[in-house]
Design a protein around this ligand. Sequence first.
Ligand SMILES: [Zn+2]
Length: 493
Amino acid sequence: MNKLFLYNTLTRKKEEFRPIKDNEIGLYTCGPTVYNYAHIGNLRSYIFADILVRTLRYNLGEEKVKWVMNITDVDDKTIRDSKIKYPDLPSMEALQKFTKEYEEYFWQDMQSLNVKTPDIITHATDQKYIAGMQELVKNIVDKGYGYIKEGSVYFDVQKFAKNHKYGNLINLDMAGFKAGTRVDADEYEKENVQDFVLWKGYKEGEPVWEFDLNGEKLPGRPGWHIECSAMGELELGCPFDIHTGGIDLKFPHHENEIAQSVVGYNCEQPINYWLHNEHLLVDGQRMGKRFKNFYTVNDLKAKGINPLAYRYLCLQTGYGKPMNFTWDALRAAEDGLKHLYNQVRELGRERGEVDSRFKEKFKEELNDDLNTSQAMAVVKDLFKSRIKRDNGLATILDFDKVLGLNLYEELRTTYSTTSTSTSTSTSTSSSSSSTTTTLQPEDPGFKLKELIEKRQKARDHKNFEESDQLRDEIEKLGYVVEDTKDGQRIYKK
Ligand SMILES: [Zn+2]
């Protein structure tokens, strides 16, 4: 493969990526804490992780990357808000019902943004992971880096910092550290370097798991940081290759993940490459509910904006730069996306072959720490070049394996929805010289196109029973059918 360079937060350098194993790359992404809708700042992290995974696969092949993402379905916030929403349910039931709902919304957002589904999705409350977390806590305690206080278990940061490095991802001022001070909260400021909680002792009204730690009964629940250390190790081993997340997770979450795994798994460097995407600002400000600038995918949809315009905007910026979100910037991105769709449509339906020179350039930009803004410039160059006439379509569809802008689906939908007005005859006598050759049966769009045409006929004949059956068949292929006054509108689920 071409060399792939990634900016590693651990070394503060752009480094050549060297996987631990040739045949499989392990990648872990800190997933959402499912207590609310994800806002576009959170979503930037998942678009970034998706681009990274797609880039690795573009270089190495589909089967070489194992992508794990967790769902944090137990922590301070999920417990707090599930109690508010379902005060009458037992706490465990309330937590499960509440987090399931927001997890559903999350996957809908991922689909709208065309983020691939991770190979493995881990839920923190899954019994096998709870058992793994408890084992990790026990290892830490047995090695003398954890202690019990009032029913909870804490990590001894001072002892750790004597023998290992604490402050791998950010510079921590250990001078201000007060030994023996503890913090129970999952999230805290960098100024307060304190012993953090591994296992939280039972509090009334909270969901509870039994935990027998060397004979001592410690009913309670895991802390947030221990969740990711344990789930990462259980699925990918220790060490593994890449860990991603938003920049705000560097401390305390990721720093504590490192400390836990170093001790508990006897692994001096648990993860070789730490990648963090930069902040998202809204109109130059931090995003937050109290600033009333907390935007979700549903907000984009409500304004009639295709969520993929947001993906396009993220691609233009690149993950490593702070991004300032404005509605104007998003609308400009949507215009850019529409323009790209038009350009792709104008290429006709002759695929040609992937142009190796353009592919090389495109890959070179991606492999330079996922420089997607430059990769998008290569796309522009492609449409300016002569290559586009013969090999444009194959080349741009190849690029879209990484860009993920649904170019293929857009193309197919266009031809499918307009097919009732244009001839679908397979006769080649008069149209052989034109670029509008019909889809071939082996083409994935072929069946869809057939179904759409059949359904249109059924509707023209007011045969609504058949039309409904055909709608079901179309939906089975992963598309949604909408009947508008201008005819059927088909789009990807
Ligand atoms: Zn995490």
